[in-house]
Design a protein around this ligand. Structure first.
Ligand code: TRP
Length: 451
């Protein structure tokens, strides 16, 4: 494959943090915190990032930079065999990013649709009753041609970046988008600081809470770990794909820490931006599941002073965050195609973009024409099925295989060379061998059994 490494350390952090920070932080984290009772979920999430997320991310950096190839090629190189069972993780990863992108672009398309509409009309039509807003959302979600159009525009944007490769496409765009994203979210939090509901939101997010009815501590922990994996883009080879383009003189330990901190910070800031708005608006509740961003917040934007600016800034934020994640997903699946065939990058990107778009239409169809949309995280729409398939099965299995690969197949000297820091390597090597697989395994089984 072509050599196309990142130009700067800042570019690596921007691209990898861009991959990590996405709808999962802004939309997923807040509604999962909301439905899992708040503080307890958040604390478990932070523990999951620290004890599982960070070691697994470093694992992927080690694999990608040592293998210097996409997820499949890197694993083949490290095991020295194309038939090694470890190679399965390369393929499950590729399939995961393909499936996730197919429905991610649907949700990103809604965000783009909201933005395009509310820039012109403002949010006043949402201000009235909840029911009307829900109806607007249901109508717009079932307005198939429009939604397919916006999904298509979003996919075209993604293709337009990935086509130009790592240095000229992904790195360049991430370096522009990530600072904008930071500025928008800080402004939103500053606005929320002025609201009466701010202290209630802080309490809701950070004070350990009673578990919601019908949920065990274990199920909340499993949700928190699933969210940590998804949010850091782990278990799918996405980090391997970027790591293959990281020069040898870059310290991957600091990059891992910086990305993890960025991702966590943005999720928490998103919570601090969103929940004060919810608590300050009469009639809105935090436990809203998926409707939080697309139903509850627009109601608030319609009622509050400055709602036009805040609301549009919020949807712009969603679109930017989704784009820097979607380019990483497309690049991941594409890399496996490019390493296995002789297709040229531009043609491959466009073809894969079209196939992903067409497959994504199934998610639109699975949602549309039914009112299930309003509860699709519990319902059985196609989008929901894909979400579960990747979250519960593909991602944890992928992560477990990658951890076992580094723990049991990679020579310790090679790991030490990549980590290039004795203190960290002395902790990392036994940890990845004995502790991480057990932690991942426990949560994986919990997910399978639906505990
Ligand atoms: N981390 C992204 C988010 O929080 C979503 C995501 C999951 C992702 N897996 C990925 C992004 C793989 C890029 C590559 O929204």
């Amino acid at each position: 494959m072509e050599k196309d490494n990142f130009k700067s350390k800042l570019g690596i952090v921007a691209a990898t943090a861009g991959s990590a920070v996405g709808l999962g932080n802004l939309w997923g984290f807040s509604y999962k915190a909301g439905t899992n009772g708040g503080g307890t979920f958040v604390i478990l999430y932070l523990l999951a990032i620290l004890f599982i997320g960070i070691p697994v991310m470093l694992t992927e950096f080690v694999i990608g930079r040592e293998g210097r190839d996409g997820p499949v090629g890197s694993i083949e190189k490290i095991t020295g065999s194309k038939k090694s069972p470890f190679v399965i993780a390369g393929y499950t990863g590729t399939i995961s990013t393909f499936l996730i992108l197919s429905f991610y672009s649907v949700i990103a398309g809604w965000s783009l649709h909201y933005l395009a509409t509310t820039i012109v009309t403002g949010f006043s039509k949402f201000a009235a009753a909840d029911a009307d807003t829900a109806k607007f959302f249901a109508d717009s979600a079932t307005d198939l041609p429009i939604n397919i159009l916006f999904q298509g525009i979003f996919m075209a944007l993604t293709v337009a970046v990935v086509m130009f490769g790592i240095q000229n496409g992904i790195e360049r765009v991430s370096k522009i988008m990530m600072p904008i994203l930071f500025v928008i979210i800080i402004l939103l939090v500053m606005y929320s600081l002025t609201l009466s509901g701010f202290s209630e939101a802080v309490k809701f997010l950070f004070v350990p809470s009673e578990l919601p009815e019908g949920k065990s501590l274990f199920s909340v922990a499993a949700a928190a770990l699933g969210q940590a994996f998804f949010s850091l883009s782990l278990g799918m080879g996405a980090v391997i794909t970027y790591a293959r383009a990281v020069n040898d003189d870059i310290n991957i330990n600091t990059i891992t820490m910086q990305v993890a901190v960025c991702d966590t910070l943005i999720a928490l800031l998103a919570g601090l931006a969103i929940f004060p708005i919810i608590f300050s608006t009469p009639g809105l509740e935090p436990a809203q599941s998926a409707g939080l961003a697309f139903i509850a917040l627009p109601v608030a934007f319609g009622q509050m002073p400055g709602g036009y600016i805040i609301g549009n800034a919020f949807f712009l934020l969603l679109v930017i965050a989704a784009l820097t994640s979607s380019i990483s997903m497309l690049e991941n699946t594409l890399t496996v195609i490019l390493e296995k065939t002789k297709i040229n990058r531009k043609v491959g990107t466009i073809a894969l973009g079209i196939v992903t778009f067409l497959f994504g239409i199934l998610s639109q169809l699975g949602l549309g024409f039914t009112s299930k949309i309003l509860s699709f995280t519990k319902g059985d729409g196609f989008l929901d099925q894909l979400d579960k398939l990747t979250m519960i099965y593909l991602i944890p299995v992928g992560a477990l295989i990658l951890v076992l690969l580094v723990g049991y197949r990679m020579k310790p000297e090679v790991i030490r060379k990549q980590i290039n820091n004795d203190k960290i390597a002395n902790i990392f090597i036994p940890y990845i061998k004995y502790v991480a697989p057990i932690l991942i395994g426990i949560v994986m089984v919990a997910g399978f059994l639906g505990i």
